[in-house]
Each structure stands twice: as C-alpha cells, then as structure tokens.
Design a protein around this ligand. Structure first.
Ligand SMILES: *[C@@H]1O[C@H](CO)[C@@H](O)[C@H](O)[C@H]1NC(C)=O
Ligand SMILES: *[C@@H]1O[C@H](CO)[C@@H](O)[C@H](O)[C@H]1NC(C)=O
Ligand SMILES: *[C@@H]1O[C@H](CO)[C@@H](O)[C@H](O)[C@H]1NC(C)=O
Ligand SMILES: *[C@@H]1O[C@H](CO)[C@@H](O)[C@H](O)[C@H]1NC(C)=O
Ligand SMILES: *[C@@H]1O[C@H](CO)[C@@H](O)[C@H](O)[C@H]1NC(C)=O
Ligand SMILES: *[C@@H]1O[C@H](CO)[C@@H](O)[C@H](O)[C@H]1NC(C)=O
Ligand SMILES: *[C@@H]1O[C@H](CO)[C@@H](O)[C@H](O)[C@H]1NC(C)=O
Length: 461
C-alpha cells in the first residue's frame, strides 16, 4: 500500500525525485524516520542521529518535519520500490511505499540487418500514464511500413532492422502533470560486410622481383569483418586485413582478391580481383626447333622462342630487321613460334628472338642453316690434253654443308677430293671421269661426268 506516499512517481534519469509524504509539517520532531529500498536502509534518523548508507551519501536530503526524502542524480538502478517508516512522538507508526520505475526493454540485443525484427517496450510500472513518445536520437519516431507502434505506443517494433536503426532510442512517458524520459537504448545491429575493397600500396603496373608490396582489404561491416585472401581463386593461408608481401617472387604474380566475412550476419563478400605482375630482370630465354616436317622435297619448320618469367613482348629479327609475317612466314602464340611454311635456302641466317618485359630485354640468337644438296654438280677442266701434260679436273656442287667429292673412272675410285690432278698424263687417261658429290647430312649424292681425250704418242707406255 502507498500509505503516506503516492503510488508512483516518475523521474528523469540524472534528475531529482521527491518522495513527499502526506504528513503535515510537525513542530514536534519524529522519534525516528527510516527510508528503505528493498531491504536496504537508505537513511535512519533516530532521535536526531542520522545514519546514511554510504551509497546515498550526498545524494539525499531528508526533511525531518515531514519525513519526505529527496533523491538526486537518479540512475536506472534507482528504479524500484521505496518505503518509509515514521514514528511520530504522539501517534502510531506512519508507513508508506512508492514505486519509481521507468525502463525500456529490448527484445533482442544482437540483431542482424534485414533478418531481425526488434521490439522496444517502454514500461513505467504503476504510473497512471497516458502517452508514450519514442525518440530516435532527437527525432520523434513515427509509424511506417516497417516501424510499428503498438500497445498505446508503449511498444516500438522495427520489423526489418537496418544499420541506421541503432538509435539511441528513448521513451518519454507523460501524464497530465508530469513527464519522464527513459535511459537511452542503443541497438546493436550487425550488418555487412558490404563492398570489400582491395587496395595496393604502392600501386604499380608491375613489380620487380624482390620488391615489397602491401595488400589491404576493407569492408563496411559490424562487427568488423574477418578477411581471407585468394590468389587466382585459390585460398591463401594469410588472414587479416592486410598482407605484407616482402621480397616478392615471380611466382606470386596473379589475380588477388580478398573475401570479407561477418561472423554475426554469416554473410561474406569478395573484392574485385587485382592483377599483380612480379617481373624478373633475368629473363632466361632459349630457342629451339620444335618441329621439322619433311614432305616430299619441301620442309616446314617451327622455331620456338621460350623464356621464363612474365614476357610482355616478343620480336623476331633477321639482319637487325624485324621479321614480319609473309607468304612463307607465320607467327603463332604471340610470336612464340616462328613458322616457315616451306623452308627455302635463302631462309638461312642468324635469327634473333628479342624478349622484353617492362624492366628488361633479352635476346637469343639462332643460326638457321638450311641444308640441301648436293645439286648442280659441275666439273671444270679441259676436254683434251697432250700426252705428258698435267691432268687437272675440279668438281663443284651446291650443297650445305659442303659436299664431299669422289672421282671415279671405269668403276675405280681415283681420289676423294674436289680436285683430281695427275701429272704426266698418258693416253690411257682418256675416258669418262665421274665426280660424285655427297652431303653427309642429307645423305644425298649427285654425279656429273666429264670426257677427256689425251692426244699424242705415249712412248713410255
Ligand atoms: C540529520 O539530518 C537532517 C537532515 O539532513 C539534519 O537536519 C540534521 O541536522 C541531521 N542530524 C545530525 C545529528 O546530523
Ligand atoms: C509489448 O511489449 C510487452 C513487453 O515486452 C509484451 O509483453 C507485449 O506482448 C508487447 N506487445 C506487442 C503487441 O508486441
Ligand atoms: C532512426 O534515425 C535514422 C537517422 O538518424 C534513420 O535512418 C532511421 O531510419 C531511424 N529509425 C527509426 C526506426 O526511426
Ligand atoms: C587474371 O585475370 C585476367 C582477367 O581479369 C585474366 O585475363 C588472367 O588470365 C588472370 N590471370 C590468372 C593467372 O588467372
Ligand atoms: C537470415 O534469414 C535467412 C532467411 O530467412 C536465413 O536463411 C539466414 O540464416 C538468416 N541469417 C542469420 C544470420 O540469421
Ligand atoms: C607450328 O606450330 C603451329 C602452332 O603451334 C602448328 O599449328 C603447326 O602445325 C606447326 N608446324 C609445324 C611444322 O610443326
Ligand atoms: C621436288 O622438287 C622438284 C624440283 O625442284 C620438283 O620438280 C618436284 O615436283 C618436287 N616434288 C614435290 C613433291 O614437291
């Protein structure tokens, strides 16, 4: 029962409340006054001696003529029931109790953006209160399709909370004579992560092998997102918002992206990939012939220029002139392969493959020797000589590598040399000489014949 006190009283947090008894001021001091809340003694005034609970020291004033009590600097913990026992000098004990109560309860403290619905309930127990007013910061909350005010305005329900609904929300309760406002309530709304952004420092088109770089990831998220990293779509072992890449290797080139994850919303988002090129100054290049195809008497050849590291451009040169595609020359695979459709003799030469990346250039030379022959075997020498003169026949042929020559007469090998020389020719040296040219690589042979007549009388034979 309320007794000498009214039922309830409303008070503002941080403010002051007066628990006023209905007793008229008395000249005769009361024998004792004691104020309690729950089982705790706030103050006991017994025959003029005061005993104040240390918690209330400085926050209360007791009016000894009426037994009323003023409580200042109100905290939310001050809500509750207060009672007084007064022993007047000449009458029975006067007692009373009063409830100081205003609070806001929240249906869920940890909510997820777009997933959760939150209800804020304003209670002001025991008060004969008439109106409730909700404030979001300093703005009055009005009903909308996602904001509902029910129970005469005592409940505020936000059906799909958003990140901007964190408040602070306060509830103001008013009746005709007074109004009071609740402690502000902040909602913790988990959201995101949104828009993971990968940033690179320093940001360059390419990085030299051995240099350093930092990748950072950020995303709007509450609580803060956790980060994972991907290289070419494969998860790396690094975690954290930042990865320091020290002393980079070319193998660390690739497309990096970061993935932000929120452990409360269980949502994740991945950044746009960033392409990182780590280039080596040492381009190690080498040339090799990939295919030699022989079909009938035409040969097609592919010359391949390969290199380690990231290659940006390739160029082929012959005699310091850039080689361009033509009827006979085709390039494949961004000039990795130089292809001769039909290899010609004139294609022999020193080919240079020039490989460049933005920090370095490397050239490799390949000497292409088109092998052929022997063809067009020709013998030079006289058709007729006199006895005792020197016989000299020379043989030529078109051949790469140079042909080996064999001189044959009547099925007998005379010599193996391009020249056949015989001093003091005799009449028996007349006849048909055959020069046989052979190419040890092509394994081909070709012959020419020459008829010589030795005239005069050979006395010595
Ligand atoms: C007891 O408290 C009242 C009110 O605060 C004061 O007027 C009175 O002097 C106090 N008595 C003693 C003995 O301190
Ligand atoms: C209003 O809030 C109170 C206390 O949380 C609850 O018991 C009641 O069901 C709520 N009413 C509505 C309509 O949500
Ligand atoms: C609270 O105020 C913020 C702006 O300050 C607004 O974006 C949000 O929608 C408001 N929420 C409610 C439930 O009124
Ligand atoms: C990186 O991405 C680009 C296009 O975004 C693609 O062309 C390239 O092949 C990718 N690199 C790797 C190593 O996956
Ligand atoms: C959000 O709601 C969807 C669908 O209702 C549900 O599948 C998901 O688990 C919810 N997320 C969280 C974090 O509660
Ligand atoms: C040369 O390489 C190209 C491309 O790889 C291929 O299509 C062609 O058949 C090759 N030619 C020869 C003679 O190997
Ligand atoms: C081979 O070459 C000769 C002469 O150069 C030519 O007459 C012949 O038709 C060629 N054969 C083929 C299969 O191309």
């Amino acid at each position: 029962g309320a007794g000498v006190l009214p039922d309830t009283v409303d008070a503002a947090l941080g403010g002051t409340v007066m628990f006023t008894t209905s007793l008229p001021p008395t000249q005769t001091p009361f024998i004792s006054i004691s104020w309690l809340t729950g089982t705790k003694n706030i103050i006991e005034s017994d025959a003029g001696a005061n005993r104040t609970d240390p918690e209330y020291e400085g926050r209360i004033t007791l009016f000894i003529s009426t037994g009323s009590l003023e409580l200042r600097n109100l905290a939310l913990s001050d809500t509750g029931e207060y009672s007084v026992d007064i022993l007047p000098a000449a009458s029975a004990v006067k007692a009373g109790s009063i409830i100081l109560n205003i609070y806001v309860t929240v249906s869920s403290s940890d909510s997820v953006e777009f997933n959760s619905s939150v209800t804020l309930s304003c209670s002001a127990d025991g008060a004969s209160l008439t109106t409730f007013l909700w404030l979001n910061g300093s703005t009055e909350v009005t009903a909308s399709d996602r904001v509902h005010l029910t129970d005469g305005g005592a409940n505020l329900t936000i059906t799909t909370v958003g990140r901007y609904d964190q408040g602070p929300f306060t509830c103001k309760v008013s009746n005709l004579v007074s109004s009071s406002i609740s402690d502000p309530v902040q909602l913790s709304i988990n959201y995101g992560p949104d828009g993971a952004i990968l940033s690179i420092s320093p940001l360059l088109d390419y990085y030299e092998e051995g240099s350093d770089m930092t990748l950072s990831c950020s995303a709007d998220s509450r609580p803060a997102a956790q980060f994972k990293w991907l290289l070419n779509g494969k998860l790396l072992s690094f975690t954290g918002a930042q990865i320091q890449m020290m002393n980079m290797e070319t193998s660390q080139s690739g497309n990096y992206s970061c993935q932000a994850f929120n452990s409360k919303t269980l949502r994740s988002t991945t950044s746009q990939p960033a392409s990182i090129s780590v280039l080596s100054k040492n381009i190690c290049s080498f040339i090799h012939i990939l295919h030699v195809f022989l079909s009938g008497n035409s040969t097609s050849v592919n010359i391949t220029c390969d290199a380690s590291g990231s290659i940006f451009t390739r160029k082929w040169l012959i005699n310091e002139q850039e080689l361009n595609p033509s009827e006979n020359i085709v390039f494949y695979d961004q000039k990795r392969v130089l292809s001769f459709r039909v290899l010609k003799r004139k294609d022999s030469g020193k080919y240079v493959c020039e490989i460049s990346n933005p920090i370095s250039t490397q050239t490799t030379v390949y000497t292409l020797s088109v092998i052929y022959g022997p063809e067009n075997v020709q013998i030079s020498g006289p058709k007729e000589i006199q006895v005792k003169e020197t016989l000299k026949l020379t043989c030529f042929s078109d051949s790469v590598p140079a042909a080996n020559y064999t001189w044959i007469k009547n099925g007998t090998v005379l010599t193996q040399s391009s020249e056949y020389i015989k001093s003091m020719a005799g009449s028996s040296d007349s006849g048909q000489y055959i020069c046989r040219a052979s190419n040890e690589i092509t394994k081909k042979t070709s012959e020419a014949a020459h008829t010589l007549l030795v005239t005069g009388i050979d006395f010595c034979s």
